[in-house]
Design a protein around this ligand. Structure first.
Ligand SMILES: Nc1nc2c(ncn2[C@@H]2O[C@H](COP(=O)(O)OP(=O)(O)OP(=O)(O)O)[C@@H](O)[C@H]2O)c(=O)[nH]1
Ligand SMILES: [Mg+2]
Length: 352
């Protein structure tokens, strides 16, 4: 199955529930009036879109209706399609504009971090990139093994230490490996289960600090992985993580198998963080760059048959790449790392 078709299949349940409600509403009103807007807002809220974003969508629709002088409800779906695409449009491409670049993957337990890393690594490798994955979720041996299965599958390198070792030490070694092997991208897996907000904040700060010190000027994407099936809970998680670190993008996983794909809207609208990737299944090629126009088109178009073939041809992974002048130059590398020597020693001791 191609690109667009896969997203379409993944969003089918969302389309069936959310958009069918909008369709019913549109068909039961002949004119756009305040009653219509009230019902629409309620429909949006009941579709996991949340009060703030539902109001926002209705306000934009009101303005568009006023601007165009439209009175018939038949035009509403087309307007909603544009509003949704516009709301979601932002810095949606993955920013990998230095060599190496780093991608820090965070999120709660079971959100899909490790799976996403496996898929992303495979995609980048396919694009000709040299990828190093850092197994910085050291909480369980099984987590390291699971990541290793994915890196083998993707055909990329992994830097791992023993279970229970310091995640920061893994990242430190992965940065070294990236320099030594002239890698393009380091992807860092992290643990979803830190006891409290302060622990989480300290851990993520420490990791980001090491990347910054070891690879000065390195572009760092901090991707928060959210499970779409958790609906409004995903928005709450995003708010919590936003308090502890600078998230640069969202990965929304498990869009397949849920009717809650509308959750993408409040995540983007309430938090102002762009969705960059979406997971539409458990297999290695089930990760896609997020294209707002495709998402809106799939949700609101009555017939999109003709479109899918064109879009299925597009293998572009939506990555912002580096220019030659940004390429990391080891000769000019100014090693200012002041890493905890005890941890560093541990990291070497723990290396398998
Ligand atoms: N259907 C579907 N399942 C997914 C997707 N992404 C991840 N999963 C599944 O979600 C489950 C959890 O994924 P993991 O990648 O282990 O999650 P994690 O965030 O690394 O979890 P921890 O390491 O426990 O913190 C696995 O069974 C994955 O196969 C997706 O896009 N679609
Ligand atoms: Mg994991």
């Amino acid at each position: 199955m191609g690109f667009f078709s896969k997203l379409k299949a993944g969003l089918q349940k969302t389309k069936d529930s959310f958009v069918s409600k909008v369709n019913t509403l549109v068909n039961s009103f002949t004119r756009i009036d305040e009653d219509f807007f009230d019902e629409l807002e309620e429909t949006l809220i009941l579709s996991d879109i949340g009060t703030v974003t539902s109001e926002n969508i209705c306000d934009r629709l009101r303005a568009e209706v006023k601007r165009t002088g439209t009175v018939e409800t038949g035009a509403v779906k087309g307007m909603l399609k544009s509003i949704v695409a516009d709301m979601l449009r932002g810095d949606n491409a993955l920013r990998l504009d230095t060599k190496p670049s780093a991608v820090l993957v965070i999120g709660v337990n079971g959100a899909g971090k490790t799976t996403t890393i496996g898929k992303l690594a495979a995609n980048l490798k396919r694009d000709g990139k040299k990828v190093i994955v850092a197994a910085a979720d050291t909480f369980r041996a099984a987590a390291i093994d699971q990541l290793n299965v994915w890196t083998d599958r993707a055909g990329v390198e992994i830097v791992k230490h023993a279970e229970g070792s310091d995640p920061a030490a893994v990242v430190y070694d992965a940065c070294d490996a990236a320099k030594a092997r002239n890698a393009d991208v380091i992807i860092i897996d992290t643990a979803g289960r830190l006891h409290n907000k302060k622990n989480l904040m300290d851990e993520l700060r420490k990791i980001a600090g090491i990347v910054d010190r070891q690879l000065p000027g390195c572009s760092l994407e901090t991707l928060l992985v959210l499970d779409a099936t958790t609906g409004q809970n995903a928005v709450n998680q995003a708010k919590l993580f936003k308090e502890v670190c600078d998230i640069t993008g969202i990965v929304l996983t498990k869009l397949d198998g849920t009717a809650k794909g509308g959750i993408i809207l409040p995540i983007n609208d309430e938090l102002g963080i762009p969705v960059k990737l979406v997971g539409v299944g458990e297999k290695i090629d089930d990760l896609q760059p997020f294209i707002p126009e495709d998402y809106a088109e799939i949700l609101f178009a009555d017939d999109i048959g003709g479109h899918s073939e064109d879009k299925d041809d597009a293998p572009d992974f939506g990555i912002i790449e580096y220019d030659d002048e940004d390429v990391y130059d080891p000769d000019n590398f100014n090693d200012v790392a002041v890493f905890d020597s005890k941890n560093n020693k541990n990291s070497k001791d723990n290396k398998r």
